[in-house]
Design a protein around this ligand. Structure first.
Ligand code: ATP
Ligand code: MG
Length: 323
């Protein structure tokens, strides 16, 4: 049985004028224990919205339209945010958010922020026992436990704060971790150390299954076994890293890969290839392929015929001309 399943998930935001913005439109995937699944796509394609759906966390104006999310076979949909925070987050699904190191409460020491997280899940847990557990865990994952735990967030570097966020969010040994652009607000050197830490936690068995989200494909290539490319609320290509990176079949993936390869070291003289145009308005009904307007190889029927995702060359792809 897959450890994590998303089944035909549709999510929308309700605007003040009661318009629906269909931010996620029919995403499905399943993950086996031990898998690292990468999701890539440009800003606004629905990655973070999908993450909220994957946690079963619906805070207005975000609402589930339809679909299912299951952790170890059990649905996590249809719960109140309170229920999700108590019974899903941290234990079933832990989330490493974007730029979280700036949101650590500045008036509390790292050990108290961490202890609060444990106490909120374990009624009546003894504070000094919790501190002892924290020391063990921080030491086990290679952090200078005594120094870091007794520091206020402001006393730590941005990279160290993000490492603390990661340590805290995985304290309860979650079945599943979702990292949503965990390094996007950090400088390149710090990014590397944070990525290294995440994979160190995987190696140490603190957690084993992860969704890793980024708009930087070069990153995914080295971290994920399987990759999904997302565009305008849908997966347009899903395959092994090998398939998606070295033999992309969807024109959008190909465009992203073009942008990525030119950004590799040694090719700095080449400008990243920007993809002309903008994604469709997700508040309006969309007919035809969502990428057609920007697609360099679109044909007349692409704008009128909606594309289902289908298998081509061993991977899933949402394009009529992927052969
Ligand atoms: N609170 C909101 N109300 C209405 N629309 C929203 C809201 N939050 C996000 N959206 C819209 O939903 C779509 C998906 O946004 P989302 O934040 O999930 O994208 P993303 O892929 O995570 O982008 P980024 O890479 O910038 O983080 C966008 O079109 C965005 O404008
Ligand atoms: Mg996002």
């Amino acid at each position: 049985m897959p450890i994590f399943e998303v089944d035909n998930l549709h999510l929308h935001y309700l605007t003040r004028f009661k318009d629906r913005i269909h931010a996620v439109s029919g995403v499905s995937f399943a993950m086996e224990k031990g898998e690292v699944f990468g999701i890539a796509g440009e800003s606004g394609c629905g990655k973070s919205t999908l993450v909220n759906g994957c946690m079963g966390l619906f805070i207005p104006p975000l609402y589930p339209t339809s679909g299912e999310v299951r952790v170890a076979g059990e649905s996590i949909m249809g719960r109140t945010p309170d229920d999700v925070r108590r019974n899903v987050l941290g234990r079933k699904v832990a989330m490493i958010p974007q730029g979280a190191f700036n949101s650590l409460n500045p008036t509390r020491k790292i050990k108290d922020l961490a202890a609060d997280m444990i106490a909120s899940h374990e009624n009546g847990a003894n504070r000094s026992e919790i501190y002892e557990r924290l020391r063990e865990r921080f030491a086990r994952i290679g952090m200078q436990a005594d120094t870091v735990l007794n520091a206020f967030p402001i006393e730590l570097t941005a990279g160290m704060r993000q490492r603390c966020v990661i340590a805290i969010s995985t304290l309860l040994d979650p079945q599943m971790v979702i990292a949503d652009e965990p390094t996007s607000a950090l400088d390149v050197t710090t990014q590397k150390s944070v990525i290294r830490m995440i994979f160190d936690l995987l190696d140490k068995g603190i957690f084993s299954t992860m969704i890793f989200i980024t708009h930087e494909l070069p990153l995914l290539r080295h971290v994920a076994g399987r990759i999904a490319v997302m565009y305008a609320g849908q997966f347009v290509e899903v395959g092994t890293t090998e398939q998606v990176v070295f033999d992309p079949r969807h024109p959008y993936t190909q465009a992203l890969m073009g942008a990525m390869l030119s950004a590799e070291p040694g090719q700095k003289q080449k400008k990243p290839v920007a993809i002309e145009g903008a994604p469709p308005n997700l508040a309006l009904p969309i007919h035809g392929c969502r990428f057609a307007e920007r697609c360099p190889v679109a044909r007349a029927d692409c704008v009128s015929t909606e594309q289902e995702i289908r298998t081509v060359a061993g991977r899933e792809v949402r394009c009529a001309y992927a052969e």
